[in-house]
Every structure is written in C-alpha cells, then in structure tokens.
Design a protein around this ligand. Structure first.
Ligand code: ZLS
Ligand code: CA
Ligand code: ZN
Length: 387
C-alpha cells in the first residue's frame, strides 16, 4: 500500500511483545513503556511490517536471566510485590537498589522477562542466520548490574544478548548512543577482549547519571588484562549539534571497526540523546540520530538494534520508526500517514522530523578543539590493540 518492499539480499526481523507496553513505572516516572506502542503504530502505519519478519517473542525464563544475574536478585524480582517493604534495616538501603529510579510496580517481573526475552530472541535470529538485522525497541537497558537494578533498568538484556552472540561470534562491538553512559554493559565485559564497548554520552561526574564514562575511565583494570583498552568512552558536554555528532560518531566508529574487526555489531539507540528530551541535554535531531544507524548498517555486518532511554515519547516513536525504515532501506514520506493511530499525540508536528525549537536548545559547550581531543584520545587507545 505504501510501496514498502522487502529489502533485497538481507532479512530484517522485528521483535515486539505488546504485553509490556501496558506497564507503568508510576505517575511521575519518566520511563513510559507506552512509547513502544506509539513507535509500533508509526511503523505499521507506514507499512514497514511488509518488509520485515515480525516476532512476538516469549518471555525469558528465570534460567536465562541467571546467565548474567545472580540467583538471589532474580528470585527477588520474581516474588517482590509493590506493597512489600523493601527497606533493608541492616544496610539502610532499599534491596537491590530498587527505589525511586527503579520502583517496584505491578507486573515488574513480566516486564523484565519480556524485554529480555525479546533481545534474546533477536540475538538468536542473528546467530541462526535467519536474520541479518534484528530490532528490539523494548530492550537496550544498559545500566542493570549482575546483582542490582540501576537507572530504570532491572535486567541487562544487552549483556544477555551479547552472551548469546558470543556462542557463535569471536568479536562483538557494542555501540551505545543513549545520552547516558552504558556502564552496566561496559562493566560486564571489562575483563574480556571478545567484546569492545563504545559509549557516547553526556559526562559530568558529579551531576549527570551515572557519573562514569570519562575518556580514560577503563575500570579497575590492569594494563595486562585481556580486556584492557576494550572499553571506550566518548564524554560529551551539553548541546552537541547534528553535524558535530555525526562527524564524531563516524570518525570514532570507523577506526574502531577497522582495528577491532567485529563479526557482529550491537547498537543501543537510546533516544534521550535527541534534542528536546525530558532528561537529555543534546541538540541532536532525528535525522542525525538515524545517520548513526545508517552508518553502522553500511559495514554490512549482522546487527542487533536495541532501544534504551528516550523520555519525550512522541520524539522517541518518530526516531525509532525512522530508524526501522533505515534498517529495511525504505524511503518513507516525511509526513506521518494520515491514518496513524494516536495522531493527535504528535501535536502540530505531523512530520517524522520535527524542528528542534529554539526554546528546547541547550547552549553548545562542545568546542571543535574539545571534540578533536576526544577523537585523539580514542585513537590512542586503539593503538594498543594493533600490536
Ligand atoms: O540510560 O540521577 C539519578 C539518581 C538520583 C536522582 C534521582 N533520584 C530519584 C534518585 C537519585 C541520582 N538517576 C537518573 C537515572 C537516569 C536513568 C537513565 C536510563 C537510561 O536512559 C536507559 C534506560 C535520573 N534522572 C532523572 C531521574 N532519575 C528521575 C526523574 C524524575 C523522577 C520521578 C520518578 C523518580 C522520582 C520522581 C524520578 C527519577
Ligand atoms: Ca551512551
Ligand atoms: Zn539514557
């Protein structure tokens, strides 16, 4: 109907379980699973489903979650109720770092096992060669740790998916364009040289969550550990602009791929790096965010595409729908189809590419010289890998 055709020569799979979209973190919480409904509505309205294999993945089993997470933490998530008192007298803290950022809401365990199940399903479609690009917009929850929740993340679906990929792939490159540092994924693979992690993020140790991810931040590692120089960080200041972001992304990713020679790429597409995000502080537009996805795709490697943050729901949905179109290589009309459900939620902006209005702009604190020094810093670390 919209003239959207299957891509020639490769297969794209789309993994989405509508059950998790109904979940609520609580009235004031910025994380809204409902943004996934909005995303899927746009994807379907354009007819993009014609071009992909669609899967409604099953929930991950507790056994699968324990491939990364500690048993007592999973059992806690399984049995805890919103009415339970989770304050621990002994430590003076909430159990497993639950609390305001990571509340215990109704259906929490279902929510966790569904988004993790979708990432595992997507990873398996890549490893059994049924798919070349696998998409799970409900995943990408990069802060979760082995034994605790963190920053709206409970289960680290990315770590689980990468563990799955490592059964078949010698080297996995993980790239994270969420405005926050991908600390959980970085930490999980600190000690191995089979995963390279690369996160672009706003960095301010004292003021911006999670406070890690400086250029020279490589964890508690000794220089002779196999994982040394395999966690790369691109710390940025407020207000980075489209051209700068795209150039920086390409200037860093290109040498990473050339040096590391990954056999698969995992891309976390957190949409809180967009301008106008409720929590973010960059001036990146949807086209520039998408340019990162398009650039990765050009390497022609198998690719796992995940969501992540993103707190202005209408922009999240537009960005991820646009990025879906890039994955299938379809040209979509910039105006949202007139029959898109919930069109009223998009305000006056019935276009995929709303202009970032001047009220929402952050002053750009990233000088050309600063960004050049970041690229140099990354190149220096890559030199250690060429030996
Ligand atoms: O990367 O900054 C923090 C930690 C605090 C401040 C907030 N309070 C509640 C806890 C202590 C230092 N947390 C961040 C987490 C950001 C996670 C990003 C996830 C991801 O995008 C991947 C999905 C944070 N920023 C903003 C909030 N928390 C926040 C804002 C508003 C609220 C409402 C609900 C809860 C309490 C009031 C909350 C958190
Ligand atoms: Ca990031
Ligand atoms: Zn984020």
């Amino acid at each position: 109907r919209n003239g959207i055709q299957r891509p020639k020569g490769y297969t794209v799979s789309y993994h989405a379980n509508p059950e998790m979209e109904k979940m609520h973190f609580g009235p004031k919480h910025p994380m809204k699973p409902w943004r996934l409904t909005l995303t899927n509505k746009i994807v379907l309205a354009y007819g993009m489903h014609e071009a992909m294999d669609l899967y409604i993945p099953r929930a991950a089993t507790s056994q699968e979650l324990k491939d990364f997470h500690r048993e007592d933490y999973i059992e806690f998530l399984q049995r805890v109720l919103p009415t339970d008192n989770t304050w621990d007298q002994e430590s003076g803290q909430y159990l497993f770092n639950t609390g305001d950022d990571c509340p215990i809401f109704d259906g929490l365990y279902t929510y966790c096992s569904l988004y993790a199940g979708a990432s595992l399903d997507a990873a398996r479609k890549l490893t059994n060669l049924q798919s070349d690009i696998a998409i799970n917009w409900s995943g990408g929850l990069h802060h979760a740790k082995k034994t605790e929740a963190s920053g709206f993340c409970y289960i680290n679906d990315i770590v689980l998916a990468i563990l799955q990929l490592l059964l078949y792939h010698p080297r996995v490159l993980y790239i994270d364009i969420d405005v926050h540092h991908g600390d959980g994924v970085e930490q999980a693979f600190w000690s191995t040289d089979r995963v390279m992690t690369l996160s672009f993020h706003k960095y301010n140790r004292a003021e911006f969550f999670p406070g890690t991810g400086a250029l020279d931040d490589t964890g508690p590692l000794r220089n002779d550990s196999p994982g040394a120089h395999h966690s790369l960080n691109v710390p940025l200041h407020d207000g980075i602009e489209d051209d700068q972001y795209i150039k920086l992304f390409q200037d860093i990713v290109r040498p990473c791929v050339r040096t590391y020679q990954p056999t698969v790429i995992v891309l976390q597409c957190g949409a809180d790096s967009l301008g106008g995000d409720r929590l973010g502080c960059f001036n990146v537009n949807i086209k520039a965010h998408g340019a990162c996805v398009a650039f990765i795709k050009k390497f022609g490697l198998p690719m796992l595409v995940l969501g992540g943050g993103g707190y202005t729901a209408r922009n999240v949905a537009k960005a991820w729908a646009y990025e879906t179109s890039l994955c299938i290589g379809a040209e979509v009309h910039p105006n949202l189809p007139a029959h898109t459900p919930y069109l009223e939620h998009f305000g006056n902006e019935k276009t995929l590419f709303p202009k970032l209005d001047s009220l929402n702009r952050y002053e750009n604190k990233n000088s050309r010289v600063y960004l050049e020094s970041v690229v140099m810093g990354i190149m220096e670390q890559l030199r250690y890998l060429q030996g």
